[in-house]
Write a protein that binds this ligand. Sequence first.
Ligand code: NAD
Ligand code: WQD
Length: 337
Amino acid sequence: MNILVTGGMGYIGSHTCLALYKAGFTPIIYDNLSNSSIKVLEQLKIIANHTFEFVEGDINDRDKLEATLNDYNIKAVFHFASLKAVGKSTEQPLRYYDNNVSGTVTLLTAMQKSAVKQIIFSSSATVYGDPQYLPIDEKHPITATNPYGWTKVMVEQILNDWCLANEQNLAIALRYFNPAGAHPSGLLGESPTGIPNNLMPYISQTAVGQREFVNIFGNDYDTEDGTGVRDYIHIMDLAEGHVAAFSTHQKDSGSLVYNLGTGKGYTVLEIITAFSSSANVEINYKFAPRRAGDIASNFANASLAQEKLGWKAKLNIKAMTDDTWRWQSKYPNGLED
Ligand code: NAD
Ligand code: WQD
């Protein structure tokens, strides 16, 4: 079965293409390469011993989408394509709404025209805002604190309405907690452009000597050691979660939501210690003021995914830091070098 993977050259999409292929599906990658390298294709080929189909295109290009959906006889879409930098989204809100929200409307319009009725969407735990309770289950109210977050809330609403309008449609929004780690081969991973916003890539670039020290944003939170707590989930587990969601609900319809997390939170200091042990280097850090918009803690109640999808995260923090280090030390400057 052919599945269109928008944003399939990116960090999460590329790992999910491997999981889809391993499960017997045929992913067709659709990406405009705005935040990824064409070299990802070579890495995928080495890992899977398979040449993945790739269409260079934008989700705002409805004609190209329609042609791709028809030419490849696509049955379902895994929709990863989006811009994801929280800070940039507050500087360039229209660009974010255009890419993430208008782009999704264009994609759904093309799907409707081509009679493709199933979509798996990359949502985010960011839709829970500042948690009212922990661990966070799917019933927790949703909101946002920045335009990026609002694009996720809005797309979830659009998917709801799209399913209400046609009882055959299926939309599954997967709310990721904090994706981390890399492919265990070290051949595929996350390589952000510029200064990383996220903790794990910042630590790994510090470990490899590209950054002097990690700024820890706040050490006065109400947590075990005062630093922020997050639910880090290994990219391989996350990729498998997508396959589990689609395989379980392939014959269903309606609008569904699942948390993908481990259920366990780690502090920033715990992540630095784990990484230091994986890389066998000391990682310098300094305490800095809290980052605007940050929350003290969040971690998932992931029992719905376990109960309904039979999916559970298997890999621990050591696997995340070991695999990230393998990737970072093999490709210190990402694949472009
Ligand atoms: P990424 O930037 O590595 O991958 C996104 C891919 O989409 C890139 O290859 C980019 O070139 C492509 N893309 C962007 N806009 C496009 C467009 N208009 N047309 C075609 N392709 C386009 O990001 P990622 O970390 O792999 O994230 C994948 C999805 O998961 C995104 O929707 C993101 O918002 C969501 N998400 C990510 C995280 C995280 O921490 N990484 C957490 C929660 C949710
Ligand atoms: C984790 C912890 C920071 C960097 C973000 C988005 C969210 C989602 C995932 C897409 C926090 C601390 C970080 C640093 C630090 N993305 N930190 N020094 O903020 O939980 O979530 O990415 O949907 O929408 O907001 O992840 O990795 O940025 O931060 O101390 O240099 O590490 O304060 O406690 P976050 P993160």
